[in-house]
Ligand binder design. Structure first.
Ligand SMILES: [Zn+2]
Length: 271
Protein backbone atom coordinates (compact mmCIF):
# COMPACT_ATOMS: atom_id res chain seq x y z
CA UNK A 1 0.00 0.00 0.00
CA UNK A 2 1.22 3.41 -0.83
CA UNK A 3 0.49 6.10 1.72
CA UNK A 4 2.77 8.69 0.31
CA UNK A 5 1.78 11.62 -1.78
CA UNK A 6 1.99 11.23 -5.54
CA UNK A 7 4.87 13.61 -6.23
CA UNK A 8 5.42 12.99 -9.92
CA UNK A 9 3.34 12.42 -13.03
CA UNK A 10 3.89 12.39 -16.75
CA UNK A 11 3.59 15.67 -18.63
CA UNK A 12 2.57 15.28 -22.25
CA UNK A 13 4.07 18.54 -23.45
CA UNK A 14 7.35 18.02 -21.56
CA UNK A 15 7.67 14.47 -22.86
CA UNK A 16 8.80 13.37 -19.40
CA UNK A 17 7.91 12.76 -15.77
CA UNK A 18 7.74 16.02 -13.85
CA UNK A 19 7.47 16.97 -10.19
CA UNK A 20 4.20 18.08 -8.60
CA UNK A 21 5.86 21.26 -7.38
CA UNK A 22 6.79 22.17 -10.96
CA UNK A 23 3.24 21.42 -12.10
CA UNK A 24 1.75 23.41 -9.26
CA UNK A 25 3.93 26.44 -9.94
CA UNK A 26 3.27 26.86 -13.65
CA UNK A 27 0.56 29.29 -14.76
CA UNK A 28 -2.81 27.70 -15.49
CA UNK A 29 -2.73 29.43 -18.87
CA UNK A 30 0.08 27.09 -19.94
CA UNK A 31 -2.58 24.37 -19.98
CA UNK A 32 -0.21 21.42 -19.71
CA UNK A 33 -1.59 17.89 -19.56
CA UNK A 34 -0.46 15.63 -16.70
CA UNK A 35 -1.40 11.99 -16.37
CA UNK A 36 -0.80 9.01 -14.10
CA UNK A 37 2.12 6.88 -15.36
CA UNK A 38 0.31 3.71 -14.33
CA UNK A 39 -3.37 4.04 -15.26
CA UNK A 40 -2.98 7.05 -17.60
CA UNK A 41 -5.91 9.11 -16.20
CA UNK A 42 -5.56 12.89 -16.04
CA UNK A 43 -4.14 14.26 -12.82
CA UNK A 44 -3.83 17.80 -11.51
CA UNK A 45 -1.36 19.35 -9.13
CA UNK A 46 -2.46 20.41 -5.68
CA UNK A 47 -0.84 21.53 -2.44
CA UNK A 48 -1.36 20.25 1.10
CA UNK A 49 -1.58 22.39 4.22
CA UNK A 50 1.97 21.27 4.91
CA UNK A 51 2.90 22.97 1.64
CA UNK A 52 3.73 19.69 -0.06
CA UNK A 53 2.75 19.53 -3.70
CA UNK A 54 1.13 16.36 -5.01
CA UNK A 55 -0.90 15.07 -7.92
CA UNK A 56 -4.49 13.95 -7.56
CA UNK A 57 -6.86 12.36 -10.02
CA UNK A 58 -10.15 14.31 -10.18
CA UNK A 59 -11.91 11.35 -11.77
CA UNK A 60 -10.21 8.58 -9.70
CA UNK A 61 -7.37 6.28 -10.70
CA UNK A 62 -8.41 3.04 -12.37
CA UNK A 63 -8.83 0.00 -10.09
CA UNK A 64 -5.49 -1.68 -9.47
CA UNK A 65 -3.43 1.42 -10.29
CA UNK A 66 -0.47 1.73 -7.99
CA UNK A 67 -1.53 5.27 -7.23
CA UNK A 68 -5.12 4.23 -6.43
CA UNK A 69 -4.60 4.05 -2.66
CA UNK A 70 -3.42 7.61 -2.63
CA UNK A 71 -6.62 8.54 -4.35
CA UNK A 72 -8.87 6.45 -2.10
CA UNK A 73 -7.42 8.31 0.84
CA UNK A 74 -8.34 11.58 -0.68
CA UNK A 75 -11.81 10.47 -1.67
CA UNK A 76 -12.47 8.92 1.74
CA UNK A 77 -13.20 10.79 4.92
CA UNK A 78 -12.09 14.33 5.18
CA UNK A 79 -10.26 16.81 3.11
CA UNK A 80 -7.39 15.50 0.98
CA UNK A 81 -5.39 18.62 1.73
CA UNK A 82 -5.28 17.52 5.36
CA UNK A 83 -3.45 14.26 4.73
CA UNK A 84 -1.05 13.47 7.52
CA UNK A 85 1.81 12.62 5.19
CA UNK A 86 4.27 15.46 5.56
CA UNK A 87 7.28 13.80 4.04
CA UNK A 88 6.95 13.09 0.34
CA UNK A 89 10.08 11.89 -1.39
CA UNK A 90 12.55 14.70 -1.80
CA UNK A 91 13.05 15.24 -5.50
CA UNK A 92 16.55 16.07 -6.66
CA UNK A 93 16.41 19.02 -9.06
CA UNK A 94 17.18 18.04 -12.65
CA UNK A 95 17.61 21.64 -13.80
CA UNK A 96 19.08 24.78 -12.29
CA UNK A 97 16.50 27.20 -13.62
CA UNK A 98 13.29 26.87 -15.52
CA UNK A 99 12.41 23.79 -17.52
CA UNK A 100 12.24 24.15 -21.29
CA UNK A 101 8.93 23.31 -22.90
CA UNK A 102 9.71 20.46 -25.22
CA UNK A 103 6.74 20.29 -27.50
CA UNK A 104 3.25 21.57 -28.02
CA UNK A 105 0.94 18.99 -29.44
CA UNK A 106 -2.68 18.06 -29.67
CA UNK A 107 -3.98 16.18 -26.66
CA UNK A 108 -2.86 12.56 -26.81
CA UNK A 109 -4.81 9.39 -27.35
CA UNK A 110 -4.66 6.59 -24.77
CA UNK A 111 -2.13 4.70 -26.88
CA UNK A 112 0.05 7.79 -27.16
CA UNK A 113 -0.13 8.19 -23.39
CA UNK A 114 0.86 4.58 -22.95
CA UNK A 115 3.81 4.89 -25.32
CA UNK A 116 5.10 7.94 -23.49
CA UNK A 117 4.61 6.35 -20.05
CA UNK A 118 6.65 3.35 -21.24
CA UNK A 119 9.44 5.50 -22.63
CA UNK A 120 9.95 7.53 -19.47
CA UNK A 121 12.94 6.27 -17.52
CA UNK A 122 11.98 5.21 -13.98
CA UNK A 123 13.22 7.66 -11.39
CA UNK A 124 13.97 10.42 -13.87
CA UNK A 125 11.79 13.34 -12.86
CA UNK A 126 12.13 16.82 -14.30
CA UNK A 127 12.20 19.35 -11.52
CA UNK A 128 13.40 22.93 -11.81
CA UNK A 129 15.54 23.71 -8.78
CA UNK A 130 16.29 27.10 -7.32
CA UNK A 131 19.96 27.81 -6.66
CA UNK A 132 19.35 26.98 -3.00
CA UNK A 133 17.63 23.65 -3.76
CA UNK A 134 20.40 22.65 -6.14
CA UNK A 135 23.13 23.60 -3.65
CA UNK A 136 21.28 21.77 -0.85
CA UNK A 137 21.12 18.64 -3.01
CA UNK A 138 24.84 18.83 -3.94
CA UNK A 139 25.83 19.49 -0.35
CA UNK A 140 24.29 16.28 0.97
CA UNK A 141 25.34 14.03 -1.95
CA UNK A 142 28.21 11.56 -1.93
CA UNK A 143 30.82 11.93 -4.66
CA UNK A 144 29.31 9.02 -6.58
CA UNK A 145 25.82 10.53 -6.36
CA UNK A 146 27.18 13.79 -7.74
CA UNK A 147 28.48 11.91 -10.74
CA UNK A 148 25.23 9.96 -11.08
CA UNK A 149 22.53 12.66 -10.91
CA UNK A 150 22.05 14.83 -14.01
CA UNK A 151 21.75 18.59 -13.68
CA UNK A 152 21.07 20.87 -16.62
CA UNK A 153 22.49 24.37 -16.23
CA UNK A 154 21.34 26.69 -19.01
CA UNK A 155 21.73 24.63 -22.16
CA UNK A 156 24.49 22.40 -20.76
CA UNK A 157 23.44 18.91 -19.72
CA UNK A 158 25.82 18.16 -16.87
CA UNK A 159 25.76 16.15 -13.68
CA UNK A 160 26.08 17.46 -10.13
CA UNK A 161 29.80 16.72 -10.12
CA UNK A 162 30.54 18.73 -13.27
CA UNK A 163 28.03 21.50 -12.55
CA UNK A 164 30.02 22.66 -9.51
CA UNK A 165 33.54 24.06 -9.77
CA UNK A 166 35.87 25.20 -7.02
CA UNK A 167 36.92 28.81 -7.36
CA UNK A 168 40.18 29.36 -9.15
CA UNK A 169 41.48 32.76 -8.15
CA UNK A 170 44.29 35.02 -9.27
CA UNK A 171 43.13 35.99 -12.72
CA UNK A 172 40.57 38.36 -14.10
CA UNK A 173 37.04 38.15 -12.64
CA UNK A 174 35.75 37.11 -16.06
CA UNK A 175 37.61 33.81 -15.59
CA UNK A 176 35.31 32.94 -12.68
CA UNK A 177 32.84 31.11 -14.94
CA UNK A 178 29.87 31.33 -12.56
CA UNK A 179 27.46 31.77 -15.48
CA UNK A 180 27.89 28.20 -16.71
CA UNK A 181 28.40 26.35 -13.42
CA UNK A 182 27.99 26.93 -9.69
CA UNK A 183 31.29 28.19 -8.25
CA UNK A 184 32.21 27.05 -4.73
CA UNK A 185 34.62 29.20 -2.73
CA UNK A 186 36.14 29.17 0.75
CA UNK A 187 35.14 32.33 2.54
CA UNK A 188 35.21 34.05 5.91
CA UNK A 189 32.30 35.68 7.71
CA UNK A 190 32.45 38.94 9.66
CA UNK A 191 29.68 40.84 11.37
CA UNK A 192 29.34 44.53 10.80
CA UNK A 193 26.31 46.46 11.98
CA UNK A 194 23.30 44.20 11.63
CA UNK A 195 24.69 42.19 8.69
CA UNK A 196 27.29 39.54 8.05
CA UNK A 197 29.79 40.04 5.27
CA UNK A 198 31.06 36.87 3.65
CA UNK A 199 34.34 37.39 1.79
CA UNK A 200 36.02 34.90 -0.52
CA UNK A 201 39.59 33.90 0.29
CA UNK A 202 40.36 33.84 -3.42
CA UNK A 203 40.92 37.21 -5.04
CA UNK A 204 40.89 38.60 -8.55
CA UNK A 205 43.13 41.04 -10.28
CA UNK A 206 41.92 44.58 -10.97
CA UNK A 207 44.79 46.76 -12.14
CA UNK A 208 47.39 46.54 -9.37
CA UNK A 209 44.92 45.25 -6.79
CA UNK A 210 43.70 41.77 -5.83
CA UNK A 211 40.06 41.97 -4.76
CA UNK A 212 37.68 39.40 -3.22
CA UNK A 213 33.99 38.79 -3.79
CA UNK A 214 31.99 39.98 -0.80
CA UNK A 215 28.35 39.11 -0.09
CA UNK A 216 26.19 40.93 2.43
CA UNK A 217 23.90 38.65 4.43
CA UNK A 218 21.09 40.64 6.01
CA UNK A 219 18.93 39.50 8.93
CA UNK A 220 16.07 38.51 6.60
CA UNK A 221 18.38 36.39 4.40
CA UNK A 222 17.91 32.61 4.77
CA UNK A 223 21.66 32.22 5.44
CA UNK A 224 21.66 34.64 8.39
CA UNK A 225 20.84 31.93 10.94
CA UNK A 226 23.81 29.82 9.90
CA UNK A 227 26.21 32.69 10.61
CA UNK A 228 24.65 33.73 13.90
CA UNK A 229 26.61 31.14 15.87
CA UNK A 230 29.74 33.15 15.17
CA UNK A 231 31.33 30.71 12.71
CA UNK A 232 34.08 32.27 10.62
CA UNK A 233 34.89 29.65 8.00
CA UNK A 234 32.20 29.00 5.44
CA UNK A 235 31.66 28.12 1.80
CA UNK A 236 29.93 30.45 -0.61
CA UNK A 237 28.21 29.16 -3.76
CA UNK A 238 27.94 31.64 -6.63
CA UNK A 239 25.90 31.42 -9.82
CA UNK A 240 24.81 33.99 -12.38
CA UNK A 241 26.27 36.97 -14.21
CA UNK A 242 29.96 37.78 -13.55
CA UNK A 243 30.42 39.71 -10.28
CA UNK A 244 30.58 43.49 -10.72
CA UNK A 245 32.97 45.81 -8.92
CA UNK A 246 31.37 47.83 -6.10
CA UNK A 247 31.18 51.59 -6.42
CA UNK A 248 34.26 52.16 -4.25
CA UNK A 249 36.24 49.67 -6.26
CA UNK A 250 37.42 47.50 -3.36
CA UNK A 251 35.45 44.28 -3.80
CA UNK A 252 33.11 42.45 -6.18
CA UNK A 253 29.39 42.00 -5.59
CA UNK A 254 28.10 38.43 -5.97
CA UNK A 255 25.74 37.75 -8.92
CA UNK A 256 22.32 39.40 -8.54
CA UNK A 257 19.86 37.38 -6.49
CA UNK A 258 16.93 35.69 -8.26
CA UNK A 259 15.45 32.27 -7.43
CA UNK A 260 18.03 30.74 -9.77
CA UNK A 261 21.05 33.01 -9.32
CA UNK A 262 22.92 34.81 -6.57
CA UNK A 263 24.72 33.17 -3.66
CA UNK A 264 24.16 30.55 -0.96
CA UNK A 265 26.27 30.10 2.18
CA UNK A 266 27.03 26.67 3.67
CA UNK A 267 29.22 25.43 6.52
CA UNK A 268 32.80 24.65 5.55
CA UNK A 269 32.14 20.92 5.26
CA UNK A 270 29.13 18.64 5.36
CA UNK A 271 27.55 18.05 8.74
ZN1 LIG B 1 -3.29 5.93 -11.73
Amino acid sequence: MNNELMVSAICWEMDAAVSASFAHAIPKTDDLLFFCPDCLVDVTASISINKNCFFKAPSLHRPGCRNEKRQSKSSGAGDPTKWPSANPDVIIPSHLGELPKRRQKQKPSMSERQALAKSVQPGVILHPGTLREVVDAWFTMTMSDRKKYPLTVGVAQLNYYDAFAFLSAGGDISSLGCGGVVVVASATSNKFGGSFYVTTRGRFQVGEQMLPIKARVRSNDPDFKLLEDGRKEVQIFLHGAPPALNSEGNYFHPPAVTPYTGFVIKPKSAG
